[in-house]
Design a protein around this ligand. Sequence first.
Ligand code: ADP
Length: 386
Amino acid sequence: GNGSNFTVVIRVRPPLARELQSDRPYKNVVQIDKSERILTISEGPQPLDPGMEDDDGGAYGTHAFTFDRVYGERSTQSEVYESNARDIVDSSLQGYNATIFAYGQTGAGKTYTMEGAGGQWDGRGIIPRAIEQVFSHIQANASPYLHFMVRGSYLQIYNDVITDLLKQDRGSLAIRENSKRGVYVQGLSEWVVRSPREIYGLMERGGQLRATAATRLNEISSRSHAVFIIIVEQTAVYFTDQRGREFGGARGEGDEEDPLGGEPDRSLLQVGKLNLVDLAGSERVRVSGATGQRLEESKKINQSLSALGNVIAALTDPRGRQHIPYRDSKLTRILEDSLGGNCKTTMMAMISPALESAVETLSTLKFANRAKNIKNQAHVNEDIDQ
Ligand code: ADP
């Protein structure tokens, strides 16, 4: 982090078999310097796809970018979690809003990073590790004076329609806003969970319902944005002993009194919210490859990701803009707090190292690079109940 509460990191995945075995010889186009902060992409002298112009008007050369951290091909799930996610999850346990979102082209490693490598324990991703961290924090800190409640929600945005991934009734949900709750999804179910296992159950249930379709990359890929939400509520209760001294709360042991006997004199409620966002693939639609419903889907996906890009552009405009177009898509609306608001946020952009993905990789890097200038104002969400 750089003190702005908005961190941008890149993760490069290893080359896949299909990249190593394609018609053209495999070529790596990504270099990371020793500081693990500067990433260079060299596309070679020729545009890879003459139809796809670079935003700079076709300057196909070498581009260098600086980020908060760049993870190379050999980075492990545990390293990514410890150096990048642990602090974010910790701040949700201290009563902050915290968000981690995964951006990148389909096949670049978003699901691998967020969820994990199917079935392997060492390969588990950010979401399961976050859940373990939340519950081990609770185990270590819960006491008669400090109570925790964890709730989980899981939603999907597909074709700009929000649905609850944890309910049978899959009707479309509306976004609302009020001063107490901020921006929220009306009617989204929240499930109280008491163990990691219960929350994995929710994840699995929701994952099965996510809309998927085959893409030209010849893999099953997700065309929807998925947001997994973990809400951690902690209530600290305080009592007064016979000598008039207050005891209880987070630091636990009070005096001889049995707190369970009487009513607390004071309680303090803190609510932390952790959003784990797996965005749909950022690749641009090649119109020739998509028709009908697929084309409509792709347009909507590109629209909401460009709305995300526009919000980032407005937030980072050096002239300072009054109007931030959060309302242009459901995605930006529900991420409003995470973007320039009351939140600690990490954006992880995933990329492939292969020449064949260089055009998309460059556009991902430019997107991530713009996001670097976002500054969030984070404060603890608490309610004092006298
Ligand atoms: P996305 O969710 O962005 O479409 P995936 O997470 O499904 O991409 O990744 C595509 C493929 O690459 C999968 O086979 C996945 O196992 C593999 N992969 C992605 N990232 C890594 C990584 N860091 N290390 C090893 N394999 C990876």
